[in-house]
Design a protein around this ligand. Structure first.
Ligand SMILES: Nc1ccn([C@@H]2O[C@H](COP(=O)(O)O)[C@@H](O)[C@H]2O)c(=O)n1
Ligand SMILES: C[C@@]1(CO)OP(=O)(O)OP(=O)(O)OC[C@H]1O
Length: 163
């Protein structure tokens, strides 16, 4: 088979701070998130989708929260490592589609920069990376502003090998 599908989901609670990292972009906000790494839900969901597509477990298994190496980690480095893991097995991301769920901050204005960073980290075209956002209409934990969530879907395709 030459294609594989994967999906990922991540949540972080809001906490003290003045920004949230989303898709590798520092988004100013009146709160931060509680996390071991930089708490980038968009990237964590994307990593899990990539790992899931090849049944490689999840990011918590590859980068355990109990390991001091990942404390404060730049999630872009985790994404690049996940990209290596699929690349070593002969796969690359064909396209990725991410949805961030929160009432605030507004994600739309930052989506172009997020797409650029994610596409660069994955080594794929900009138009193969989509970032969308929605509120949850004030319902649930995201609606109450208690946290932020993201889900991601990816298609992996066989990487062409240079001979
Ligand atoms: N954190 C968010 C949430 C939403 N958006 C944008 O607003 C649109 C309307 O959101 P609804 O939840 O009311 O459907 C949505 O389609 C996004 O374009 C956003 O930028 N940031
Ligand atoms: C990113 C990692 C790194 O330890 O920790 P967190 O930033 O807490 O994020 P989460 O999505 O809860 O768990 C995955 C971990 O791999």
């Amino acid at each position: 088979m030459n294609i594989r599908i994967g999906q990922g989901f991540d949540v972080h609670a809001f906490g003290e701070g003045d920004h949230v990292m989303l898709g590798g972009v520092r988004v100013p906000h009146d709160q931060g998130v509680v996390a071991h790494s930089d708490g980038d839900v968009a990237i964590h969901a994307l990593c899990d989708a990539m790992l899931g597509a090849l049944a490689l477990g999840d990011i918590g298994q590859h980068f355990p929260p109990s390991d001091a190496r990942w404390k404060g980690a730049d999630s872009r480095a985790l994404l690049r490592r996940c990209n290596e893991l699929i690349g070593e097995r002969g796969w690359r991301v064909g396209n990725a589609d991410i949805t961030v769920v929160c009432e605030r901050p507004k994600v739309g204005p930052h989506a172009p920069a997020m797409r650029e960073r994610l596409a660069a980290d994955l080594g794929i075209d900009l138009d193969a990376v989509s970032v969308k956002a929605t509120t949850s209409e004030k319902l649930g934990f995201t609606g109450r502003g208690e946290g932020i969530a993201a889900q991601a879907a990816v298609l992996l395709v066989r990487a062409e090998r240079a001979v």
